[in-house]
Design a protein around this ligand. Structure first.
Ligand code: ZN
Length: 360
């Protein structure tokens, strides 16, 4: 279970609601996130933002206040197993120069906050693992940041994946592996490609891989039903015609044998939303568990994906990327970068290229 400082630790009411949630969920693992995401949203909404530990934590329509000290004070209340330091996320931008400016602008905050978060974590939640957030557009940015925060002894890293393509994500993961990082938390999206990468990484690169996102909730808010096989979306707004030949084969307790037409017609809207949120959450959780359970080798993962996915070209591409990664993960990262960028078409060919270049 993942909580965050502003939503679950900023007022006594929110703290009590989170305590109740912990009691009910009985989660095996818990993570305390720092609310960097809320900070990013506040920036986009042009709220007045302060980082003053002498003022109360705050996130209203017009203001946000947070600091590394307060992040760890909130974590001290709930005592999660893993805590994440405060960071200011980089925004999704297209232009290379803008990305550089954004990275360096946020770096000025993210460097001191890494030291402060780590120090306050050691003082207030000493038994928790400390995960360091990384805000980087490129591998060079990772180098720059990690070089600046030497002395922060993190147990793992957390990184947003919402702006990354599967190829780029693969490169980042291998780069972490080569740096000796053993625990990784990814956030921002629960798409099939990200889950496939996570399943591979959990078996082959790291001791710990965790993933969080609001995909299940946002999809439900748009009245989308996630297909439990491959997470493709089925639009169940009442205005949309769903052909009677489309069958809902989901065995989950929330679907409970209902047809798409029946789900489409659920009233009131609140009940339909709740049903879709519950189904979507379970669809993602089951896919993660199934791919991890059956994905201990790339051929096994491929077999599972071939059975599940309607989009077989996406499977070709994912398996291709993983085969290259698997062949080159212990070689120089620039080689992996070159081979992935050349985007070889066939899996067999990419394996060959990988082995020849790496071991010849
Ligand atoms: Zn279901």
């Amino acid at each position: 279970m993942l909580i965050n400082v502003l939503d679950h630790g900023s007022t006594s009411q929110k703290i009590n609601a989170a305590k109740k949630m912990f009691r009910k969920a009985k989660a095996r693992h818990s993570i305390g996130d720092s609310s960097g995401y809320q900070l990013l949203k506040a920036e986009e909404k042009e709220k007045a933002i302060t980082f003053d530990s002498s003022l109360p934590l705050k996130n209203t329509a017009k203001e946000l206040n947070i600091s590394p000290q307060q992040v760890m004070q909130a974590n001290a209340i709930h005592q999660p197993d893993i805590v994440i330091g405060l960071d200011w996320p980089i925004r999704k931008l297209d232009n290379g120069i803008q990305k550089q400016l954004e990275f360096y602008k946020k770096l000025k905050f993210n460097i001191p906050w890494a030291f402060e978060s780590f120090a306050w974590k050691n003082a207030l939640v000493p038994h928790a693992q400390y995960f360091q957030p990384l805000q980087s557009y490129t591998l060079d940015h990772v180098d720059i940041f990690l070089n600046e925060i030497r002395g922060v002894h993190f147990d793992g890293v957390s990184m947003p994946v919402r702006t990354l393509k599967p190829l780029e994500l693969a490169l980042f993961l291998v780069s972490f592996y080569k740096r000796g990082i053993t625990r990784v938390h990814l956030l921002g999206t629960s798409s099939l490609p990200v889950i496939v990468m996570c399943a591979y990484a959990a078996w082959n690169l790291f001791e710990w891989v965790s993933l969080d996102s609001t995909t299940w909730r946002y999809a439900a808010d748009k009245m989308s039903f996630l297909n439990p096989l491959d997470l493709s979306r089925i639009d169940l707004r009442t205005s949309v015609h769903v052909p009677p030949t489309a069958l809902n084969l989901c065995p989950c307790p929330f679907c409970n044998g209902q047809s798409f037409q029946a789900i489409q017609a659920i009233t009131p809207r609140r009940d339909k939303l709740q049903m879709l949120r519950e189904h979507n959450w379970l669809a993602i959780a089951n896919l993660v568990n199934d791919l991890y359970a059956n994905g201990y080798t790339i051929p096994n993962l491929e077999k599972e994906l071939r059975f599940r996915c309607r989009n077989q070209r996406q499977v070709d591409s994912l398996i291709n990327t993983l085969s290259v990664v698997d062949a080159l993960k212990d070689c120089d990262i620039s080689l992996l970068q070159t081979v992935l960028a050349s985007n070889p078409k066939g899996r067999q060919r990419s394996r060959l290229v990988g082995r020849q270049t790496c071991f010849a």
